[in-house]
Design a protein around this ligand. Structure first.
Ligand code: SAH
Ligand code: SF4
Ligand code: F3S
Length: 473
């Protein structure tokens, strides 16, 4: 048998790229590829790229510059290193990538990952292979399932893509062009994936999609199912104790999703609901198709269904034409909602998007100043949210052993990291702290260390607890 070839993948951008990287590993595993953590010993390096802002996109070229040196180094010791560019820059720039960086062997768009083995082989023969069309077949039908040992090695929390692409065409955004039109996977395929993950130790599933709550996949009854209905079905899969979903659009929040938050204990009360701006004229120019008041009403519906729900969001400052008054409306919205956290970005004009042709660019210094003010407000809300946990007993799903001996690390419902030293009185004889991985246990929070909660177990774990790997659970 040929020795395994080594594969190094570097991912940028969103959760979907993290998920896609795993699927690329799964597609290449039967070809004899195993993952390596470094570029230096890799036979194949894949850059899984993001096109969302100029900075993200340009990173690829500096990385390719470094890879050229690594490849020369490998060649000098008689080893051939292949270099592939995947992800949204591959989709958006295609041949332009090889023009700027001839070191690249393969360019592959996000809808063609199932063709990677053939593309690598073609590049081997002819020197280069590109595929950035949207193929007629659905890649999900062709991507192999991960091996049980691979699922276990990836941990107790997993992403599952249920929807891909976007039909919203916000005027600033490249996603509808890089990921294509909105497509939902069928319910049965998602249930199969989730069962397989649960059978191999996964306890928490995050359903992902660029517009995940626009989900409308075909159900076993032949009808289109909503995200809320899908979540209810997945909550019944044995072993799954936590469900999340990301990223949602305010306009696609329907009653079934709200009811899922009311009815499902497994559905975490933490929702990422980007609003981008608090100013109606800017929201209109962004083609968001909702006002700030519409957004507040959506938040109110969630809160009425589940009072302990918390939110995060994304914001863009300095969209073309944004005035001080527009920006103050954003600050006002943030103050009204009160977030557990949020991401904020300076507007970056993207080639081919309608906003890139808009005049009235906001000067860089003004953007910097607005970003600073917004981030200060969000940071203060986030610290207040985290501080409120002190003295409370919160449920933590334990994920892995901590860096310090005897420590174990997990997350709360709100994704706050929690660090605990269970100590001998909580662990039965011969039980290591990581035997708690995969369990939800109450933790009394004593203090904060930056964004992490520190505390103690508030109840003994069940004494049958054993490491997941040993139970085959
Ligand atoms: N599909 C998700 C995520 C889109 S990208 C959604 O619809 O929310 C993640 C975030 O990047 C967006 O929410 C937006 O805040 C930001 N973003 C997108 N395009 C941008 C641009 N041209 N400049 C700055 N930020 C941008
Ligand atoms: Fe981009 Fe808007 Fe679609 Fe989100 S909803 S992916 S911001 S076009
Ligand atoms: Fe970036 Fe593409 Fe995700 S542009 S944010 S990697 S969908």
């Amino acid at each position: 048998m040929a020795p395994p070839r080594k594969l190094h993948i570097k991912s940028y951008g969103c959760q979907m790229n993290v998920y896609d990287a795993q699927r690329m590993v799964d597609v290449l595993a039967p070809e004899g590829f195993v993952e390596t953590a470094t570029v230096d010993d890799a036979d194949l390096v894949i850059l899984n790229t993001c096109h969302i802002r100029e900075k993200a996109s340009e990173k690829v070229y500096s990385e390719l510059g470094r890879l050229r040196l690594a490849r020369d180094e490998a060649a000098s010791s008689g080893r051939r290193m292949q270099i592939a560019v995947a992800g949204c820059v591959a989709q958006a720039e295609g041949e332009e990538i090889v023009r700027r960086a001839p070191v690249v062997d393969v360019v592959v768009g996000p809808q063609s990952y199932h063709h990677l083995p053939q593309l690598l082989a073609r590049a081997e023969e002819t020197g280069r292979a590109l595929e950035t069309e949207f193929p007629v077949e659905d890649k999900f039908g062709f991507l192999p399932q991960p091996r049980p040992e691979t699922i276990r090695a990836r941990g107790i929390s997993a992403f599952v893509t249920v929807q891909e692409g976007c039909d919203k065409f916000c005027t600033f955004c490249v996603v509808p062009y890089t990921r294509g039109a909105e497509v939902s996977r069928p319910v049965s395929a998602i249930i199969d994936d989730v069962k397989r993950l649960a059978d191999n130790g996964v306890r928490e599933i995050t359903l992902i999609g660029q517009n995940v709550n626009a989900y409308h996949g075909e159900g076993p009854d032949g009808r289109a199912w909503t995200l809320g209905r899908l979540l209810s079905r997945l909550a019944a899969v044995p072993g799954i104790v936590r469900l999340r979903y990301s990223t949602s659009h305010p306009n696609d929040v329907d009653d079934e999703l709200i009811e899922a938050h009311r009815d499902l204990d497994a559905l975490m009360p933490f929702v990422h609901l980007p609003v981008q701006s608090g100013s109606d004229p800017i929201l209109a120019a962004m083609n968001r198709k909702h006002t700030a008041a519409d957004y507040r009403r959506v938040i109110d519906r969630f809160r009425a269904a589940r009072p302990q729900i918390a939110f995060s969001s994304d914001f863009i400052v300095g969209f073309p034409g944004e005035t001080e008054a527009d920006f103050v409306a954003t600050l006002a919205l943030v103050t009204q909602i009160g977030y557990a956290g949020a991401y904020s970005f300076k507007y970056s004009p993207r080639p081919g998007t309608p906003a890139a042709d808009m005049q009235e660019m906001v000067p860089a210094a003004v953007m910097d100043e607005r970003l600073e003010r917004l981030q200060q407000l969000i940071d203060s809300q986030q610290s207040a949210f985290n501080k409120a946990a002190i003295g409370q007993t919160v449920d933590v799903l334990f994920e892995r052993a901590g860096r310090k001996p005897g420590q174990i690390v997990g997350r709360t419902a709100y994704l706050q990291p929690a660090h605990v030293f269970p100590g001998p009185m909580f662990l039965g004889p011969g039980m290591a702290p990581d035997s708690l991985v995969g369990q939800i246990l109450p933790v009394r929070v004593d203090s904060l260390e930056r964004y992490s909660l520190l505390g103690e177990l508030a109840a003994k774990p069940p004494q049958h607890a054993r490491p997941l790997a040993a139970t085959g659970a």
